[in-house]
Design a protein around this ligand. Structure first.
Ligand code: UDP
Length: 544
């Protein structure tokens, strides 16, 4: 396997000399361990000790040079999950002179991205924690190109979706366990360690109950660019552009079913009802029955996706704009508290509609108290605790990941009450989903308004006028914008409230609430299409 790393491509002697002379070199971005990614020359890994090694020499450097703060708690997060104490990265230090007494290093010539996958057996985790962050970390550093090598250090086997990770680069990803095969000491010629968290939208509830991340930095555009890139690599073409009349009529909804647990018990009845309701044909898929590329192909042309809450719903990111996601929740599970897919579908620019339905009828659910705890069994608990869970009508807010009441409820099977589901869908989906009409909305923001000015006049002892005028933002003359408006804020100096005005033209004379011999602070900004706000121009000081 060391052949695979093609030692021939590098001059072994030169590499060894460089390592001995220069040692390891590190420069990182990020102020905190949670937002740090580090780039290394000659970072090494000792497979026996299972430790990364930084070799100090006269010309090595380490930025940030944190001293012992490097262990408080770590240099960086190796997975995209924020500050998880099982996912920290650090290295041991040695003088480069120690190399003389160590096993001969094996050099990895590829530019390498070193990271932890968080939970490679769960599709939501695969996409949210790994694939998207890897994809965009690779776009952040241009030498992490299609030839880059991915190294997964979390210590798991390939997992159920390894083929998806293979799509990210042309080189086979390496697992921690495989590193031993290459030798006792591996040195990565050029490597990046850590993942960008910029694309993540959900926190799983390790320190506070799960929910959307506080400051989401990704929009539908980046999710869709990632999805198209993956689809291209899977050779999946979407039917865009000129559709034939036949294709146009061939709308369908998808039921993504789970066949092992959390079942829909009346799936056939549900499908019949939805066919009736939408006048579309039905397609069912499941991870157990179709391969993933097939499922992506089906979903990328679907008008509606219906599924029980669960990781398979992350596949919503392959839906066309304008489509509808219907997420079904078992009895006693409050949809508002478990929103990874709602948050995904609601990202600005995803242009999906989202409907949550919840089973409110206890008799329509089948629970499995005798199963192992991780599949929701409660037989191992005290009688009192069991009774408490059985009597509860809603799982209270809780932390991840082993709350028995949550697991008991989420692994129930459900008979879907059709009338209440149709009602829930009709309440949200007012018009038939129309994929053809759904075009991406413009996201071009206005520039600052230019040359803002004010003129004032005093009419009488209690009457004054304030005229504000400005020029259009510089970028407007190159744009076709449906609606251009301006917002003006007027604040009397010293007061802490202001009056906002929305105006259609480039000037306006204010006379109401304007006092003589008073100084006003005036801010002006441009707004495109009601919600694309521009920046305020420099504040104007206007004395009447
Ligand atoms: N899974 C599935 N069918 C099933 C049960 C699970 O496809 O009947 C998949 C699920 O989509 C996820 C993985 O198996 O990718 C783990 O499922 P789990 O129930 O543990 O997680 P959840 O879906 O609740 O996130």
């Amino acid at each position: 396997q060391s052949q695979e790393l093609s030692q021939a491509r590098i001059d072994y002697h030169a590499a060894l000399l460089a390592l001995q002379e220069h040692g390891t070199r590190m420069v990182c971005t990020g102020k905190m361990h949670t937002d740090r990614i580090c780039r290394f020359d000659y970072l090494c890994y000792c497979t026996e000790a299972e430790e990364f090694v930084f070799f100090h020499s006269n010309s090595s450097f380490m930025l940030p040079n944190l001293g012992p703060r490097r262990f408080q708690p770590a240099l960086l997060d190796l997975s995209s999950v924020e500050d998880h104490n099982t996912q920290y990265f650090n290295f041991l230090e040695l003088p480069a002179a120690a190399l003389k007494f160590m096993p001969k290093p094996v050099f990895v010539p590829d530019v390498t991205l070193i990271l932890n996958r968080f939970n490679p057996d769960n599709l939501m985790h695969v996409f949210h924690d790994d694939l998207l962050p890897i994809f965009y970390t690779m776009r952040q550093y241009s030498d992490l190109d299609d030839e880059a090598r991915l190294v997964f250090m979390e210590g798991w086997g390939e997992g159920a979706h390894f083929d998806l990770y293979r799509l990210l680069s042309s080189k086979q990803p390496l697992l921690k366990e495989q590193l031993r095969n290459f030798g006792k000491l591996m040195c990565f010629t050029k490597s990046y360690v850590g993942l960008s968290k910029m694309t993540t939208w959900y926190q799983y509830g390790f320190v506070q109950p799960q929910g959307p991340k506080a400051n989401i930095l990704v929009s539908g555009n980046e999710i869709r660019q990632f999805a198209s890139s993956l689809m291209e690599k899977l050779n999946i073409t979407t039917r865009g552009g000129e559709e034939s009349a036949a294709e146009e009529k061939d709308e369908y909804f998808v039921v993504f079913s789970r066949s092992i647990n959390r079942l829909i018990l009346n799936e056939a009845e549900l499908i019949l009802a939805l066919v009736q309701e939408f006048q579309m044909r039905a397609v069912t898929v499941s991870l157990e029955e179709q391969n993933f590329p097939r499922i992506v192909k089906v979903i990328s042309g679907a008008s509606i996706l219906v599924s029980m809450h669960g990781a398979q719903l992350v596949s919503s990111l392959f839906l066309p704009r304008g489509a509808v996601v219907v997420e079904l929740f078992p009895y006693a599970v409050n949809p508002e508290q478990y929103t990874p897919y709602k948050t995904l579908t609601s990202l600005p620019g995803m242009d999906l509609q989202y409907v949550a339905w919840r089973n409110m009828v206890e008799e329509n659910s089948v629970a499995y108290p005798e199963r192992p705890w991780e599949q929701g069994g409660i037989a191992h608990l005290d009688k009192e605790e069991q009774d408490h869970i059985l009597a509860s009508k809603e799982v209270p807010r809780h932390l991840c990941c082993r709350n028995p009441e949550w697991l008991y409820r989420i692994y129930q099977d459900t008979i879907v009450d059709i009338p209440s589901l149709l009602e829930a869908i009709r309440a949200i989906v007012k018009t038939r989903p129309n994929l053809k009409k759904a075009k991406p909305a413009s996201t071009v923001h206005p520039g600052r308004v230019r040359e803002p000015q004010c003129q004032t006049s005093v009419q009488a002892t209690n009457e004054a006028k304030l005229t504000v005028s400005w020029q259009i933002p510089w970028n407007l003359k190159y744009l076709k914008v449906r609606e251009v408006k301006y917002e003006v804020w007027i604040q009397e100096q010293g007061e802490n409230t202001y009056m906002p005005y929305i105006l259609p033209h480039q000037n306006y004379t204010f006379s109401e609430n304007i006092k003589p011999f008073t100084t006003y602070l005036v801010w002006v900004r441009c707004i495109f299409n009601k919600n694309l706000l521009g920046p305020f121009a420099d504040v104007l000081m206007c004395r009447t």
